[in-house]
Design a protein around this ligand. Structure first.
Ligand SMILES: NC(=O)c1ccc[n+]([C@@H]2O[C@H](COP(=O)([O-])OP(=O)(O)OC[C@H]3O[C@@H](n4cnc5c(N)ncnc54)[C@H](O)[C@@H]3O)[C@@H](O)[C@H]2O)c1
Length: 332
């Protein structure tokens, strides 16, 4: 079966492509390289020994997507492509709305025209806003605090309306919690442009000396040690969730949380990193960051029951693999 993976050279996309190839899917990637590098393609081939068809296209250009659907016998789509930096989305909201919404609407229109009705979409735990209680279930109220999150929620709404209008669509919305870690080979990992926005890419850069000090935003939250609590999931487990979503016999519109169901504080993550790598992380506490919630972790019962989702890796594995990636890639 041929699967189109948009954003397939990015962090989560590339790991998912490897998993798909290992499961004998044929893969076509569209990526405009706005936040990824072309050498990821060779790395995917090196890991799997398999070829991928790649189009360096921008999904905001609809005729480019049509070109791919004309040439390739696409049966399903996994849609990762999008801009994802929360802070940047606050500074450049129009860029975020334009890129994330236009690309998705173009893609859905072309899918409808070519009668391809199966799609898995990358949403985010950010759509839960400030959760009313923990753990977070899929039917909790939704709200957002920044333009990036709003694009995710808007796309969820678009997908729901599309399904109401045409229930031959088979739509899976996956709400990711906090992916970290890297491929075991050290060839693939998270390599954001500029100063990292997320915790683990920051920690590893302090570990290698690229950045001087880790700023921890807030140590007065009502949590185990005052620092923010998140549900970290190994990117390999997250990637596998997409393969499970493709194989899911249940059709219709489905929404699943993908996390581990376990909360880990910033300090716990830093301490585990130091323990497994033997590298001390220089850190300081600073003011809380606007829009951050105290704690956020998933209920994953639904993904377990319906998808057979079972995360394999723990926080130590995630730290070890993240560090392994930066050690093997000196340019990071
Ligand atoms: N990483 C996280 O913490 C996280 C959490 C929740 C949800 N998500 C979502 O998961 C998806 C993948 O995240 P990621 O961490 O792999 O991000 P990423 O930036 O590494 O990958 C996204 C890819 O999409 C490509 N892209 C962006 N706009 C495009 C366009 N218009 N046309 C073609 N390609 C385009 C980029 O070049 C990049 O390779 C994103 O939609 C993101 O919002 C990520």
């Amino acid at each position: 079966m041929k699967v189109l993976v948009t954003g397939g050279l990015g962090y989560i996309g590339s790991h998912t492509v490897v998993d798909l190839l290992n499961e004998n899917y044929e893969v076509v990637i569209i990526d405009n390289l706005v936040n990824s590098k072309i050498d990821v393609l060779d790395k995917i081939k090196k890991i799997t020994g398999k070829d991928v068809t790649f189009y360096e296209y921008d999904l905001c250009e609809k005729e480019k997507i049509e070109d791919v659907f004309k040439k390739e016998d696409i049966k399903a789509v996994i849609h990762f492509a999008g801009l994802k930096a929360v802070g940047e989305s606050v500074l450049k909201p129009l860029m975020y709305y334009k890129n994330n919404l236009m690309s998705t609407i173009n893609l859905l229109e072309v899918m409808k025209d070519f009668n391809v009705k199966k799609i898995v979409f990358s949403s985010s735990a950010t759509v839960y806003g400030e959760p009313k209680s923990l753990p977070i279930y899929e039917d909790f109220p939704l709200s957002t605090t920044n333009p990036y999150g709003s694009t995710k929620l808007m796309i969820e709404n678009i997908l729901e309306d599309l399904y109401k209008s045409d229930n031959s669509f088979d739509i899976t919305i996956l709400r990711y919690f906090n992916p970290i870690g890297s491929h075991k080979s050290g060839l693939l990992g998270e390599n954001p442009n500029g100063i990292p926005n997320n915790l683990m890419p920051y920690i590893v850069r302090v570990a290698t000396g690229k950045l001087k000090i880790l700023s921890i935003f807030g140590n007065d939250y009502d949590t185990v040690d005052g620092t923010g609590v998140r549900d970290y999931i190994h990117v390999l487990d997250l990637a596998h969730g997409h393969v499970l979503a493709l194989k899911n016999p249940k059709t219709g519109l489905k929404i699943y949380n993908l996390g581990t169901g376990l909360g880990t504080s910033v300090l716990e993550l830093v301490t585990t990193f130091e323990k497994v790598t033997g590298v001390k992380i220089n850190k300081q506490f600073v003011e809380r960051r606007k829009g951050d919630v105290a704690a956020c972790y998933a209920a994953i019962n639904k993904a377990k029951e319906e998808l057979g989702f079972a995360p394999k890796y723990n926080i130590s594995d995630m730290c070890q693999d993240s560090y392994n990636y930066v050690k093997k890639n000196k340019d990071i």
